[in-house]
Design a protein around this ligand. Structure first.
Ligand code: ADP
Ligand code: MG
Length: 247
């Protein structure tokens, strides 16, 4: 069952066509890895999916429900609905620096979900446990390593109980020795059948964990298929060149 259907998504910044006509779907429980060179439009695509960018054309359906408005920023009620369907994890964590780890997790659900403080606290501790950060519940982000911050950001996204989790290069800002702890949390989520779209430069992760790989270049999806299809039977010279540089 397709949980997300993106059809002919177009996005320009002035004269620059950043997304040319993107069409793909995401099945429930699927992990879709998006790879491709810097500047190919990967972040803009994710940002469009979660209403952080205004799209010029195309449709984005989630759960069969039309969620994104062409040519206009989302209304507050659409934003609220989108925030309950999709969670996003950013390259630079985007934690609130003035809030503790636990407060970071509870802030958004406090605004939109009708839960008691006790219930919120139970859920946030449960998720911090899950990502191995329960002992840092009262710490502030500035006292955490990059890997710890990203694990908190993942727990925070899960607090909204999203249908889909989107990751934008979640390990690109991390020192190499810290990427493993974040990737292992993501692998665990994949095992639990969380539906995920992961923009990543970690080819090993894409090959091992993704059900499907999309290769983006210059605002287009150039190749799409299972990891074997994409990595082992490349169609385009541009993909081959990219993989030669990144494997
Ligand atoms: P990627 O994530 O694949 O590196 P991006 O989506 O960040 O690619 O960027 C795609 C293109 O869009 C780049 O050429 C970038 O410079 C341009 N771009 C991204 N955001 C903006 C913006 N807010 N205004 C103008 N150009 C932008
Ligand atoms: Mg990017």
């Amino acid at each position: 069952m397709a949980i997300m259907e993106v059809t002919n998504l177009k996005k320009t910044f002035g004269d620059l066509e950043v997304l040319k006509s993107i069409t793909f779907d995401v099945q429930k429980n699927e992990v879709v890895a998006v790879i491709g060179p810097s500047g190919s439009g990967k972040s803009t695509m994710l940002r469009s999916l979660v209403h952080l960018e205004k799209i010029d054309d195309g449709t984005i359906n989630i759960d069969g429900e039309y969620l994104v408005n062409k040519g206009a920023y989302a209304s507050p009620s659409d934003l609220k609905r989108a925030s309950t369907k999709m969670g996003m994890v950013f390259q630079h964590f985007n934690l609130f620096p003035h809030l503790t780890v636990k407060e970071n997790l509870e802030m958004a659900p406090k605004l939109v979900k009708k839960e008691t403080a006790q219930e919120l606290s139970r859920r946030s501790m449960e998720l911090l446990e899950k990502v191995g950060m329960a002992d840092k519940a009262s710490a502030y982000p500035s006292n955490l390593s990059g890997g710890q911050k990203q694990r908190v950001a993942i727990a925070r996204a899960l607090m909204m109980q999203p249908d889909i989790l989107l990751f934008d290069e979640p390990t690109s800002a991390l020192d190499p020795e810290l990427t493993g702890e974040v990737l292992s949390v993501m692998k665990e989520l994949a095992k639990e059948q969380m539906t995920m779209i992961v923009v990543t430069h970690e080819m090993g992760f894409a090959r091992e964990v993704a059900n499907r790989v999309l290769f983006m270049d210059q605002g287009e999806i150039l190749e799409a298929g299972t990891p074997e299809e994409v990595f082992d039977n490349l169609q385009f010279e541009r993909t081959k060149a990219f993989l030669r540089r990144n494997l």
